[in-house]
Ligand binder design. Structure first.
Ligand SMILES: [Zn+2]
Length: 458
């Protein structure tokens, strides 16, 4: 599966902005730009090194900064936002503020029941409020909806009080649908789906659809997934509960079934397929997968990265899984050879065939169990046998180590419950369930559709 640079994803760039606006919109609006201690040092040295920049607060507000003589009559307030990145730690921030080690430890100890300040997360913001150049309050939003609040409090033994505040949040179900214009990922995100959801979708259908070559313009998708909403805004995506894809005119469905923790088609068959135990019905193994084997013809030791099945000439060979033919023809010592790509990860190879079955050309689609050729002795071979190999991520592995999924479908006992679950998923996917938020694609990508807003119909 392709990797998508997270940094370039507009959502991850927006998230800190969103975070800021949620926590302190009013403060930002009323903030007056002031020099922070870090900004001071930058100015005096006249150099902007990366290290200095990392320590520069995002913004500061209030009516004065440390170092500026405080007005005796009016307490001077300040606010500092530290972006956590690189080697930024709580201890470093506090040291920057000039706090002694004992006080830093005292604060960390008081905060620990709520949040361990030694574990500040990347791309979060640590906020400090000051009064007359002394800290009086610290805020750290450590999850989508939880914020640690540390306050100076003379009433406690430590002089520090830590509490947790929570934004209103709820788990909702969301339906996103769209038509593919450029790629499933791009069009999914354009339609309003969380990028992670699109990645997970390709995992779910990995055995049915080759997302690198099969996806075509006009293919459609529909996804039902859980999403965490904070203050009415979708913050993160959870599990996919159901999905539908139409690829090259064929419809694929996936239903998440709790308890068996997997995805099934509407017939209750697992989508997490596996390769057949063997591409031959009747066989005996004559040579195993090994790093070193004495080659009877080449008369030397060579690795054997496959399995040899002894069988008589003409024995039918089946495709170990569904997929697309990546190679079909003569390949050196392999003789007549077929390679089939099953998904983005798996491929299988079949060598020394006497004949390749009709229609099994490079680029053709095959289903699991399809007849693809016949056992033979072409290429470098001592007698009729099938050389069978399996690749995962381009690396040859021992075919016998491929795990067989013991239970690939919903059993009789759970049929009824599964039928109820899949009916509900289908109803939600169709948009008929008004409790589910429906996110529609942007008008530009789909003329005549609703604007790209998250609407919750009740
Ligand atoms: Zn072999």
């Amino acid at each position: 599966m392709a990797e998508f640079p997270e940094k370039k994803d507009p959502k991850s760039i927006l998230r800190p902005v969103l975070l800021l606006s949620l926590v302190g919109l009013a403060l930002i609006l009323s903030a007056i730009f002031l020099l922070s201690p870090a900004a001071y040092s930058e100015k005096s040295s006249g150099e902007k090194t990366r290290a200095t920049l990392d320590q520069t607060p995002l913004s500061s507000g209030g009516s004065a900064a440390p170092g500026v003589p405080a007005n005796v009559e009016k307490p001077v307030e300040g606010r500092y936002d530290f972006r956590i990145n690189g080697g930024q730690t709580f201890y470093k921030i506090m040291t920057l503020l000039g706090l002694p080690g004992s006080e830093i430890q005292n604060i960390a100890r008081a905060a620990r029941p709520v949040y361990d300040l030694r574990q500040l997360k990347q791309d979060t913001v640590f906020r400090i409020f000051t009064l007359d150049n002394e800290w009086r309050r610290m805020e750290y939003r450590f999850s989508a909806y939880e914020t640690l609040v540390v306050e100076k409090d003379g009433g406690t033994a430590e002089g520090v009080k830590a509490t947790k505040t929570e934004l209103p949040h709820e788990e909702r179900e969301v339906v996103v649908s769209g038509v593919i214009e450029s790629s499933l990922y791009e069009d999914g995100v354009k339609a309003g789906a969380d990028p992670q959801v699109m990645m997970n979708l390709t995992d779910i259908f990995a055995w049915d659809v080759d997302f690198t070559s099969d996806i075509q313009k006009g293919d459609t998708f529909r996804i039902l997934y859980e999403a965490l909403y904070v203050d009415g805004v979708p913050m993160s995506a959870g599990r996919i509960l159901g999905a539908e894809m139409v690829n090259e005119g064929k419809k694929y469905s996936a239903v998440y079934f709790e308890g068996k923790d997997g995805y099934y088609d509407l017939d209750g068959k697992s989508l997490r397929r596996t390769l057949l135990k063997s591409p031959l019905r009747f066989r005996r193994i004559t040579s195993y997968f090994t790093k070193s084997r004495f080659h009877p013809i080449l008369k030397k030791f060579r690795p054997h990265h496959g399995i040899d099945y002894g069988a008589s000439k003409g024995t039918p060979v089946e495709s170990a899984g569904s997929g697309r033919v990546a190679f079909s023809g003569w390949k050196n010592g392999y003789g007549n050879f077929i390679e089939i790509r099953h998904n983005n990860n798996y491929s299988t190879g079949y060598g020394h065939l006497s004949r390749i079955a009709k229609g099994v050309r490079t680029g053709a689609k095959v289903s699991q169990g399809d007849l693809i050729g016949y056992v033979g002795s072409t290429g470098i071979s001592t007698g009729p046998h099938l050389h069978y190999e399996v690749k995962i991520g381009g690396r040859l592995i021992n075919p016998l180590s491929v795990k067989a999924v013991a239970d690939v479908s919903i059993g009789k006992k759970e049929r009824q419950r599964f039928a109820a679950v899949s009916a509900e998923v289908l109803r939600k996917l169709s948009g008929a369930d008004t409790r589910v938020a429906v996110v529609s694609p942007a008008p530009s990508s789909q003329p005549g559709s609703e604007p790209a807003t998250s609407t919750r119909r009740n």
